[in-house]
Write a protein that binds this ligand. Structure first.
Ligand code: X8Z
Ligand code: ZN
Length: 615
C-alpha cells in the first residue's frame, strides 16, 4: 500500500497508551473564596491549538508531497531530473515540518502532561512524534540524503528495462509467462530475466539502509526495523516472535503443500527425479509467494470469465461489490486521476509497475496506481486496492483528525481489500453475479487447495523470508557480502525453495521485490493482514451471514458493510487490539486461518502418501 511518501511520513504510533479514554477534567474551583492560586496552564486548550495548526500544515505539505510522488511514480523517464527534483523538494519540506526541533519540543512538552489531555489529543501527538522520528531535523543532512536516495532508487526500480529473449518485457509479461510456460529451460530464462534488476539496486539499497537507520536513531530508536515495529506498539523482538508464531502455526499445512507441489510440478515438467527443494523457476510467481495458478478448478474458470469481461470491468465490478455493502460510489476524480491500466508500448515513459493506493489530500482525492489486465491475479489486486481506497474514504470524516487518518494498524489496511478479494472468488458470490452457472458441480477440495496455494503459501514468504531478511538487514547490519546468501538460506529454510543455479553476491535477489526498496522493514504487515482477514471473514461468515466460510456471498449485505465500516471509520484513533477483540471476540491469532484450511489436511496427507517429505 505504501507509497514512497508514506514511508517518509511513516505511520501512526499505536503504542500501548489508552487512546480513547477521556482524561479527567481539571477539578472545578470550589465555591469558598480562596486566595487566588497561580493559574495552572490549560494543557488541553494548548494541545487543541497546537494540533489545529499542526494538522492544517500537515495536510497542506502532505498533499504537495503526494502530488509530486504521484507524478514521479506515474511518469518515469530515466535521466529526467525534473520529477525527482520536485519530489525531493516537496518531501524535504514535509520532513522539515514533521521533524522540526520546535515541533518535537512542543510535542514532548504536551505529552509530558498526558493526564490533562484527551485520548484523541494524546494519540495525535504520539503520531506526530512517531512521524518526527523518521525526519528529525537534528540530523537534517541525513534526512535530506535519504530523501534524495529514495527518489533515485524509485527511478531505478521502475525505470528498469526487463529483457527476455532479446525483447523488452513488462513485469506483467513476466508474470504471465511464469504462470503459463511449461518448458523448464525457458522458465529458467524468464525467472532469470526477472532477477536481472537486482544488481542495479545494490548500492542504493545499502546506502538507504544506513540512512534509514541513522535517521530514526536520532530520536532514540536503535534501528529502522524497530522503528517500524513500534507502530504496532511492539518491540522488534515481540514482532519477530509474533511472525515466527504465525509461521509455526501454518507450517504443518505448508509442509503438505510443499510436498504436493514438488511431486506435481515434477510430473508437469516431466522431471523423473523429484527434487528435495522446489526450484524457484518452477513456481508460477517471481518469488514463489503465491502458487494459486497451479490449480484449475473445473467449472470455476475465473480466468476465462475475466478474459471475456476485460480489465476495466474488473475495477468497476470491485466498486459495485463495495457499493453493494453500502459504501459510497467512488468520487469522479478517482476515475479521472487514477492510473489503472498498463501504459501503451509507445508511451515513451514508464510507471511504477506495482499496485498501490493513494490518499493524496487525506480527504476525498483518492487514486490508485495499477496495471490491471484481465486475469485472476489483477481481479484480486483490484479488490485489494479498492479496500485501501474505501478505508481512506471511511476515515476521512470530521471525527478523525488528519494525523489519525490511517488504518487501525498497517495490517488492517492490507486486510480489508484482501478479504474482499477472497470473498469475490468464492462460488456462491460468482454464481450470484451470474459469472458461473449456479448448477455447475465444482470440487470444493480443489477450490480449497487453490486458495491454500495462495494464502497459506504466502505466510513462509512474508513472515519468514521477507521479515527475517529485513530484520537481519536493518537491525543486525547484515554484511554487504552476505545479502544474497542470507536471502537464499531463508528461502530454503522457510519456503523450501532453491535457485536454479548458485546465486552469488553479484546478484541481489531480495531487491527484486519492490517493497525491499520502497516499503522497507514492514512486509510482516501482509502476513498479519492474512491472519486478520481470516479472523474477520470467519466472523462475517458465521455470525453475520450464517454461511460456511468456504462458500459465502457477501454481495448486497449491508450488515457486513456496517461491520467493516465500524472498523474502518475510526482510522487509527482507536487501539487496534481493542477493535479486534470488540469486533470478533478474539485477540490476534492464526486460529481462524488454520481452521479454514484444516479440511485440506486429510486430502493432502492422502495425496502425499508414500512421498518423501523434506521440510
Ligand atoms: O504489495 C501488495 C499490494 C500493495 S497495496 C498490492 N501486496 C503484497 C505483494 O504484492 O507482495 C498484496 C499482497 C502481498
Ligand atoms: Zn495493499
Amino acid at each position: 500500500m505504501k507509497t514512497p511518501l508514506l514511508s517518509i511520513l511513516a505511520a501512526a504510533s499505536l503504542s500501548a497508551c489508552a487512546p480513547t479514554a477521556k482524561a479527567p477534567v481539571a477539578t472545578a474551583p470550589t465555591a469558598t473564596a480562596l486566595p487566588a492560586a497561580p493559574a495552572t496552564p490549560d494543557y488541553r486548550a494548548q494541545a487543541e491549538e497546537f494540533l489545529a495548526g499542526y494538522n492544517a500544515e500537515y495536510v497542506r505539505l502532505y498533499t504537495a508531497s503526494s502530488e509530486a510522488e504521484w507524478r514521479s511514480n506515474t511518469h518515469i523517464v530515466p535521466g529526467d531530473t525534473a520529477n525527482a527534483g520536485a519530489t525531493t523538494r516537496a518531501n524535504q519540506r514535509m520532513a522539515a515540518f514533521t521533524g522540526s526541533a520546535e515541533n518535537i519540543r512542543q510535542l514532548r512538552e504536551l505529552l509530558a502532561h498526558k493526564a490533562d489531555l484527551t485520548g484523541l489529543q494524546t494519540k495525535q501527538l504520539e503520531t506526530a512524534l512517531y512521524n518526527a522520528a523518521n525526519n528529525p531535523q537534528t540530523v537534517a543532512e541525513v534526512v535530506k540524503r535519504r530523501i534524495q536516495a529514495e527518489a533515485a532508487q524509485t527511478e531505478k526500480l521502475y525505470g528498469f528495462d526487463y529483457k527476455y529473449a532479446g525483447k523488452s518485457v513488462t513485469t506483467n509479461d513476466i508474470d504471465d509467462l511464469l504462470r503459463k510456460e511449461t518448458n523448464p529451460q525457458k522458465r529458467q530464462q524468464i525467472w532469470e530475466a526477472s532477477k536481472a534488476i537486482g544488481p542495479t539496486l545494490k548500492e542504493g539499497l545499502l546506502n538507504l539502509r544506513d540512512l534509514r537507520n541513522e535517521t530514526v536513531q536520532a530520536l532514540g530508536y536503535p534501528d529502522y526495523f524497530t522503528y517500524q515495529a513500534s507502530d504496532y506498539g511492539l518491540t522488534r523482538d515481540e514482532m519477530m516472535a509474533l511472525v515466527r508464531k504465525i509461521n509455526t502455526e501454518l507450517r504443518p499445512l505448508y509442509r503438505e503443500l510443499h510436498t504436493y507441489a514438488r511431486y506435481e510440478l515434477a510430473k508437469k515438467y516431466k522431471v523423473k527425479q523429484v527434487p528435495d527443494y522446489l526450484p524457484a523457476h518452477w513456481l508460477p510467481n517471481r518469488w514463489g509467494q503465491d502458487w494459486g495458478s497451479m490449480v484449475d478448478v473445473k467449472g470455476l474458470n475465473l480466468d476465462g470469465v475475466l478474459a471475456k469481461k476485460g480489465a476495466e470491468w474488473q475495477v468497476k465490478q470491485g466498486e459495485r461489490f463495495y457499493q453493494s455493502l453500502g459504501f459510497p460510489a467512488l468520487p469522479a476524480s478517482f476515475w479521472e486521476k487514477s492510473s489503472l491500466y498498463p501504459l501503451p508500448k509507445d508511451a515513451g515513459y514508464k510507471k511504477n509497475n506495482h499496485a498501490s493506493a493513494w490518499h493524496i489530500d487525506l480527504n476525498q482525492d483518492v487514486r490508485s496506481l495499477m496495471s490491471v489486465e484481465a486475469n485472476t491475479e489483477w481481479y484480486e489486486t483490484a479488490h485489494h486496492e479498492l479496500g485501501h481506497i474505501f478505508y481512506y474514504l471511511s476515515y476521512s470524516n470530521p471525527d478523525v483528525p488528519p494525523l489519525l487518518r490511517q488504518g487501525a494498524n498497517r495490517g488492517y489496511h492490507e486486510a480489508i481489500g484482501s478479504m474482499m478479494g477472497l470473498a469475490a472468488k468464492q462460488k456462491p458470490f460468482l454464481a450470484g453475479l451470474g459469472l458461473i452457472e449456479p448448477n455447475t458441480k465444482t470440487d470444493q477440495t480443489q477450490q480449497l487447495l487453490k486458495e491454500a496455494l495462495s494464502y497459506v503459501v504466502f505466510i513462509p514468504f512474508a513472515s519468514g523470508v521477507m521479515s527475517e531478511w529485513e530484520n537481519s538487514f536493518y537491525a543486525d547490519k547484515l554484511p554487504a557480502d552476505q545479502l544474497n546468501a542470507k536471502w537464499w538460506a531463508l528461502c530454503k529454510q522457510y519456503q523450501g525453495m532453491v535457485p536454479p543455479t548458485t546465486r552469488g553476491e553479484n546478484y541481489l535477489d531480495p531487491a527484486t521485490k519492490t517493497h525491499i526498496n520502497d516499503d522497507p522493514a514492514q512486509y510482516y504487515d501482509y502476513a498479519l493482514s492474512y491472519v486478520i482477514l481470516f479472523q474477520l471473514h470467519d466472523h462475517i461468515a458465521k455470525n453475520i451471514l450464517h454461511q460456511d466460510p468456504h462458500a459465502t456471498n457477501y454481495y448486497g449485505n449491508k450488515e457486513v458493510g456496517n461491520f467493516l465500516r465500524d472498523i474502518m471509520r475510526p482510522g487509527s484513533s482507536r487501539d487496534w487490539r481493542v477493535v479486534l477483540k470488540e469486533k470478533t471476540g478474539e485477540d490476534l491469532s492464526a486460529r481462524a486461518m488454520v481452521d479454514y484450511f484444516q479440511p485440506l489436511m486429510a486430502y493432502l496427507k492422502q495425496q502425499n502418501k508414500g512421498r518423501k517429505y523434506t521440510m
